[in-house]
Ligand binder design. Structure first.
Ligand code: LLP
Length: 433
């Protein structure tokens, strides 16, 4: 359930009508509902009540510090994948003892920064990363707390780009080879072996792949125990999907029940790294129609003798603001912010970027819209703003947080000046000979 509802044809976010916000803030902008963010976090976290667990929000899904601060206030930690995300989490006030660090390519500087910050765990993904971490920790004369991310070779049955737990994916250490790495790590002076982690993919709509990988991880933990290595944490990653269109993902309650059942008798603390399921349906992208146009294929008739036409709605948001449709062919529902009439038509909703791949929706039936109308791209809270870029030198849009009957701008729209920040004209400091 979320707090974006239409009332007499007018879209509301909680008790705020969306249209007046658009007039004040300008378009495009991301709009989040605090009540929905809170509700989704608590629904997920409380589903695991009764077992020792830590919910570390996956920062990459939605990285605004106001939102990270909200989850941290609800008792959440953070799952980070870069020094930048660590900086965000700390700035937002997340307790470092609730921060875990995943990712295949951590640099030496990033490892040092995370060690200095005294985070809870490093999810190490290769033997070379382990060696590097040992070296950096030794130089700092401290011990690095480590989990290894194992790759269980389980098919998450999701989009190929966001499947991570198959042997052919770049992530983790093959589960069958991980034991050697644990033994190696155990003997390292500045490494403290703490846990096992895995993450098999994103936007999963079935519980069974999670359970299949948990069984493999459990089996592995038993093998570890048999060699005298006892761990404190089992991290199951993120990945529960949401409804964008007609998907029927598991409810967090059912997901949690299945995991709790499987974990009976296991004493380790469970770590979870949800992203999308918490923020996905808690945010929308609001955009304004700039132009409508119809491209006819001159002189051509289709089989039915009907003239071939293509209708386009050109909006002010583009693939740089929301990459998911272009990148994954992802579906996002699109609705008018203020409904006007019953007449409907099939259109492509496209942005101003100079690429045919710049679309938010294709062949979509929509109430007829005209210049100046506002559209809401739904379910855009996860991997929306966080994946946005400045392509075509488009300033990144504003982010707004609604709380009841008021709103706050949690990220200002960028300006043209911010586009060239850090750049210089030739004639400045020269390096080399
Ligand atoms: N933990 C790790 C190590 C991850 O790599 C991810 C997501 C998560 C947790 C959170 O997964 P979630 O609960 O959000 O499914 N940009 C893509 C999604 C990429 C997901 C990458 N990893 C999209 O827009 O669909």
């Amino acid at each position: 359930m979320n707090h974006f509802v239409s009332n007499n044809g007018e879209l509301f976010c909680e008790q705020m009508a969306v249209a007046p916000i658009a007039r004040e803030v300008g378009t495009p902008f991301y709009l989040y509902s605090k009540a929905t963010l809170t509700r989704h976090f608590l629904a997920f976290d409380s589903a695991f009540a009764g077992i020792d667990h830590l919910t570390c929000f996956a920062v990459k899904a939605c990285s605004n510090i106001a939102i990270l601060n909200l989850f941290s206030g609800l008792g959440g930690g953070a799952d980070i994948v870069s020094g930048g995300e660590l900086y965000r989490a700390l700035t937002a006030g997340v307790d470092p003892k609730r921060i875990i660090y995943s990712g295949v390519g951590k640099t030496e500087e990033e490892l040092r920064y995370a060690l200095e910050s005294k985070i809870l765990l490093f999810n190490v993904e290769s033997a070379q990363e382990l060696e590097r971490l040992q070296r950096v920790a030794a130089a700092m004369e401290i011990k690095a707390p480590v989990s290894f991310r194992v790759n269980p070779d389980v098919d998450p049955q999701t989009h190929a780009y966001i499947s991570t737990g198959l042997a052919k994916n770049k992530f983790g250490v093959p589960i069958d080879e991980a034991l050697d790495l644990y033994v190696l790590a155990k003997g390292m002076e500045n490494i403290e072996v703490k846990g096992v982690s895995c993450h098999i993919g994103s936007q999963l709509t079935l519980i069974s792949p999670f359970i299949e990988s948990l069984r493999k991880v459990k089996g592995f933990v038993e093998r570890l125990a048999a060699t005298g290595i006892v761990i404190d944490f089992i991290d199951l990653g993120g990945g529960v999907g949401i409804t964008y269109d007609a998907e029927e993902p598991p409810h967090p309650r059912d997901y949690a029940e299945a995991i709790k059942e499987e974990l009976q008798g296991v004493t380790a603390t469970l770590i979870l790294e949800p992203g999308r399921v918490i923020v996905g349906n808690a945010g929308i992208l609001v955009t304004e129609v700039q132009y409508t146009k119809t491209n006819r294929r001159a002189g051509m008739k289709s089989d039915q003798g009907i003239e071939q036409v293509k209708k386009f709605v050109v909006v002010d948001a583009a693939m740089n603001d929301l990459a998911r449709p272009s990148l994954y062919g992802a579906y996002h529902a699109i609705v008018p912010v203020q409904e006007k009439g019953a007449e409907r038509e099939v259109v492509d909703i496209v942005g101003p970027i100079c690429e045919t791949g710049d679309f938010l929706a294709k062949d979509r039936e929509l109430p007829r819209v005209e210049q100046g109308d506002l559209l809401a791209v739904m379910s855009a809270g996860a991997y929306g703003f966080s994946m946005s870029s400045n392509y075509n030198s488009r300033p990144r849009v504003a982010e707004v947080l609604v709380d009841g009957d008021s709103y706050e701008i949690i990220r200002r729209r960028e300006t043209f000046e911010s586009l060239v920040q850090g750049e210089t004209l030739p004639g400045g400091v020269r390096h080399g000979h």
